[in-house]
Design a protein around this ligand. Structure first.
Ligand code: SF4
Length: 360
């Protein structure tokens, strides 16, 4: 990988360490350290050098690396020479950051490029760098994705259609929903239906027998507990059969226009590939996105990413070579970084870049 960019090293120091900075010696206390660096000549060589245990001590960080353990490496592609200092300023603003004055900043005017934390900082540490491009990413996606069909449905039909869509292709879902709503369009009508009739109408959606039973039960609960209205509160929605966070957030955002992020498998996967989040599950992705993504993008994110995830940013072989988001996406960088990091025993794997994955 010769791609240029900035990087963060997360280093755990278990014992205190004296470090010489110019003419003075400072004592680094045990804890977690975030070091900000840049490699405009290529990230791979720089990361490989940092991660070698038998390196010549040249930079301030070399002493820290020799005494501590690298717990994580995160990268972001850029050719901007000012990006490293901006990154240091961003980390300095994180809660709990304790600057180590004069560390790693001999060729710039920053106070430091090293920060200590008492506890381990988590998540996508470079999300702020990705967020600088989020307007470009969302405008490009908007030109590509058609307007959503089911945003025009009422809350009940949005809820039912989303349940039908679980483990089912979109065309099958759309046809099944149309047949079902032609006969049972309201909670009252569906509550009175026989599950076998519902199963016949929604066949061949995945698990159609179970879904048919659950849809009738759900409609009865809407009548008994909510007066026939589909609730908008997430805690209420989550008590209904077959309703998880994805479905609940879809109803809240698409049907009620409330600020909610519907995280399905596409949003989870692509958010990690972009470098916006670093998470193992869709629920974690929703939580991190709520922290980092500007609220104005919450409602439309799911719609914009589903089609992209189905056609371009596919699970197994994303079509990065022809992707219009490539200029802003960190996937190639994190795959390349992962290839370097994977050689380090016990080094962490990025959830979006399985070990051994080559640069797309
Ligand atoms: S460049 Fe590749 S990983 Fe990034 S969004 Fe496009 S297809 Fe997905």
């Amino acid at each position: 990988m010769s791609a240029p960019g900035v990087y963060l090293l997360l280093i755990r120091l278990r014992r205190g360490l004296p470090v010489t900075l110019g003419r003075r010696t400072v004592a680094l206390a045990p804890g977690w350290y975030v070091y900000c660096g840049s490699a405009l000549g290529g990230l791979a060589g720089r990361l490989a050098r940092h991660l070698r245990t038998s390196q010549v001590r040249h930079w301030h960080v070399d002493a820290l690396l020799a005494a501590g353990q690298v717990a994580d490496v995160q990268v972001c592609l850029t050719t901007d020479p000012a990006a490293e200092c901006r990154l240091a300023a961003t980390v300095a603003a994180w809660t709990g950051a304790e600057p180590v004055p004069g560390f790693g900043c001999t060729d710039c005017r920053c106070a430091t490029h090293l920060f200590r934390f008492a506890g381990r900082p988590g998540g996508a540490l470079l999300a702020p760098a990705v967020l600088a491009q989020i307007d470009n990413i969302m405008s490009a996606l908007r030109q590509y994705a058609p307007s959503p069909e089911w945003a025009r449905r009422d809350a009940f039909q949005t809820l039912v259609a989303c349940i039908l869509s679980l483990r089912t292709q979109d065309p099958v879902t759309d046809a099944a929903a149309a047949r079902l709503f032609a006969e049972f369009a309201t909670p009252a009508a569906l509550a009175a239906a026989a599950p076998a009739t519902v199963a016949r109408l929604i066949y061949p959606v995945g698990m159609y027998h179970t879904k048919a039973r659950n849809l009738v039960a759900l409609s009865r609960q809407l009548l008994e507990r909510f007066g026939g209205r589909t609730p908008a509160e997430i805690d209420d929605l989550l008590t209904l059969p077959n309703v998880g966070r994805k479905t609940a957030n879809l109803v809240r955002s698409f049907a009620y226009g409330l600020d909610a992020i519907c995280v399905d498998t596409h949003v989870h996967r692509i958010g990690n590939r972009w470098g916006l989040v670093r998470t193992a599950t869709p629920d974690d992705t929703e939580r991190e996105l709520r922290n980092v993504l500007p609220q104005r993008y919450w409602i439309e994110l799911n719609h914009l990413l589903v089609r992209h995830g189905q056609l371009v940013c596919r699970p197994a072989r994303p079509k990065c070579a022809g992707c219009f988001l490539r200029p802003w996406c960190q996937y190639a960088a994190l795959c390349a970084a992962q290839a370097v990091i994977a050689a380090i025993p016990g080094a962490p794997a990025h959830p979006a870049a399985p070990p051994g994955r080559s640069v797309p």
